[in-house]
Design a protein around this ligand. Structure first.
Ligand SMILES: Nc1ncnc2c1ncn2[C@@H]1O[C@H](COP(=O)(O)OP(=O)(O)OP(=O)(O)O)[C@@H](O)[C@H]1O
Length: 191
C-alpha cells in the first residue's frame, strides 16, 4: 500500500492553487482525487443519482454508505500509486460542524499525512469575493472563519489520534504562493 495524503482547508483558502503549483516540482507523482467527486462516481455507478445535487437529497444512511464506499475505492487506488485526497476537515452546517472524516470514512482511508492549508480570515474573504462570479460560496465573517479554521485544526489532530497520521499546517498568505507551494512540495517528497 502506498501513501494516502489528505488535503484540507477552508473553501477558498487556495488549496487547489497551492497544490497544483507544489506538484509541478515534486519528485514523486501522485493521483489527485476529490472525495465528493469519488462519492458521486460511486452513486452514479449504483444508479442512485445523475448529478451532484441529487446526492445531498439521499437518505442519510445511503449517504453514509456512499462515503464509506468512496473511502474504500480511494484506498484501492493507493495500492498502485500515492494518492492525494482533496476533502474537508470539517463541514459547517446550520446546526453546527460535521466531521469531514467520520469513523466510516477515516477507517478505510487510513491516511498517513493530513495537510491543513490556512490563510488569514481576511485573505480568504477577499479570495472568495474574487471568485464570486464563478462559484457560489457561503458568506462567512472573519470571526466565523477564524472559528472554522480552528475547528479544522482540532479535527485534523483528532483524526491523527485514530490513524497515527501526522498533521502538517501550511500557511498560504497573499503574495506568498510560491513559498507555500515550496513548503508543500518538500512535505510531499519527504514521505
Ligand atoms: N497565495 C495566494 N495569494 C493570492 N491569491 C491566492 C493565493 N492562493 C490562492 N489564491 C486565489 O484564491 C482563490 C481560491 O483558490 P482555490 O480555488 O485554489 O481555493 P480552494 O481552497 O481550492 O477552494 P475550494 O476548496 O472551494 O475548491 C483563487 O482565486 C486563487 O487564485
Amino acid at each position: 500500500m502506498s501513501e494516502v495524503i489528505v488535503l484540507t482547508g477552508s473553501p477558498g483558502v487556495g488549496k487547489t492553487t497551492v497544490t497544483d503549483k507544489a506538484l509541478e516540482s515534486t519528485e514523486k507523482t501522485y493521483q489527485m482525487v476529490n472525495y465528493g467527486d469519488k462519492m458521486l462516481e460511486v452513486a452514479k455507478d449504483q444508479g442512485l443519482v445523475e448529478d451532484r445535487d441529487q446526492m445531498r437529497k439521499l437518505e442519510p444512511s445511503q449517504q453514509k454508505n456512499l462515503q464509506k464506499k468512496a473511502g474504500e475505492e480511494i484506498s484501492k487506488m493507493a495500492e498502485e500509486k500515492p494518492v492525494i485526497v482533496d476533502t474537508h476537515s470539517t463541514i459547517k452546517t446550520p446546526r453546527g460542524y460535521l466531521p469531514g472524516m467520520p469513523e466510516w470514512v477515516l477507517k478505510p482511508l487510513n491516511p498517513d499525512l493530513i495537510i491543513v492549508i490556512e490563510a488569514d480570515p481576511q485573505e480568504i474573504i477577499s479570495r472568495r469575493k474574487k471568485d464570486q462570479e464563478e462559484r457560489e460560496r457561503d458568506l462567512e465573517t472573519e470571526e466565523d472563519l477564524a472559528e472554522h479554521q480552528s475547528m479544522n485544526r482540532s479535527a485534523a489532530m483528532a483524526y491523527s489520534v485514530f490513524t497515527g497520521a501526522t498533521v502538517k499546517i501550511i500557511q498560504n498568505h497573499d503574495g506568498k504562493l510560491e513559498e507555500a507551494a515550496q513548503k508543500l512540495s518538500r512535505v510531499f517528497d519527504e514521505g
